[in-house]
Design a protein around this ligand. Structure first.
Ligand code: NAD
Length: 253
């Protein structure tokens, strides 16, 4: 049967966000992809038949407008996937303060703002869903990623709080925590580390990134999208406040 719900996926024109947007579309939902307003992002959305919402999640007004535009374009809002994010690597003494502020805004404050502004739509749905793409770095740390790791730990706390508040309103709120996934974000990190450590990209992948993993293979965006698809599905009505790891066994040790 056809799912008539509407989803908004942030960071929806690249990597994990694009895979989730496409998967939800295959599942029958109407999907809007939010991303920074760049020609390439617009083209990707258009190519996949996704409604494009141009917005900068480091701005509060853009978060408000993104919800309004989605509702205006697709007639409602039932599923919010907070996925947009980026990485910055620097030791704490050198970490740029403005970069810290932007990262916390995009990866922690924006999920709060979008949830707040979308709340009445999500609860009206009867099958509302908020899915926050956190990270295994929501549980454990690595050096030089202080803002990213702080934001990801924070969004897990927000997920659990929102789940408690949403419980009686037919809205579930969950977090997905991937290990390393082959996306533009990770390809960039592999290239940087190969340069700084004097290793080949394959060596960085196997010896650095997958060192703590039990399964020595990067995840693909579609693997994360399959989990998101289940969380969004009507079958997952009883799963809320959950923090779902898909991490190649990284945190098993
Ligand atoms: P990606 O770089 O391919 O995609 C991220 C998207 O977010 C991009 O399209 C980017 O334009 C968008 N974005 C960034 N800043 C934005 C802003 N201010 N406003 C609007 N959009 C903005 O990265 P990805 O690897 O697909 O990551 C997606 C999410 O998954 C992120 O939250 C990331 O932290 C998380 N994650 C990724 C991995 C991984 O290994 N790739 C692992 C765990 C968690």
């Amino acid at each position: 049967h056809q799912d008539s719900r509407v989803a908004l996926v942030t960071g929806g024109t690249s990597g994990i966000g694009l895979a989730i947007a496409r998967r939800l579309q295959q599942d029958g939902l109407k999907v809007a992809a939010l991303d920074l307003d760049r020609p390439q992002a617009r083209e990707v959305a258009q190519e996949h038949g996704l409604t494009f919402i141009g917005a900068d999640l480091s701005r509060r007004a853009d978060c408000r407008r993104a919800v309004d535009e989605t509702v205006a374009a697709l007639g409602g809002l039932d599923v919010l996937v907070n996925n947009a994010g980026f990485q910055h690597i620097d030791p704490i003494p050198d970490f740029p303060e403005d970069t810290w502020d932007t990262m916390l805004h995009v990866m922690l404050t924006a999920p709060f703002l979008l949830s707040k502004y979308a709340w009445s739509h999500l609860t009206r749905s009867g099958q509302g869903r908020i899915v926050n793409v956190a990270s295994i770095h929501g549980h454990v740390a690595s050096p030089f990623k202080s803002a990213y790791i702080s934001a990801k730990h924070g969004v897990i706390g927000f997920t659990r709080t929102a789940a408690l508040e949403a419980g009686e309103q037919g809205l579930t709120v969950n977090a997905i925590c991937p290990g390393y996934v082959r996306t533009p974000l990770v390809e960039g990190q592999i290239a940087d580390q190969a340069r700084t450590r004097g290793l080949s990209p394959e060596e960085v992948e196997q010896k650095v990134m997958l060192e703590p993993a039990a399964i020595k293979r990067l995840l693909e965006p579609e693997d994360v999208a399959a989990l998101a698809s289940y969380v969004v599905s009507p079958a997952a009505w009883g799963m809320t406040g959950a923090v779902l790891d898909i991490d190649l066994g990284w945190t098993a040790r």
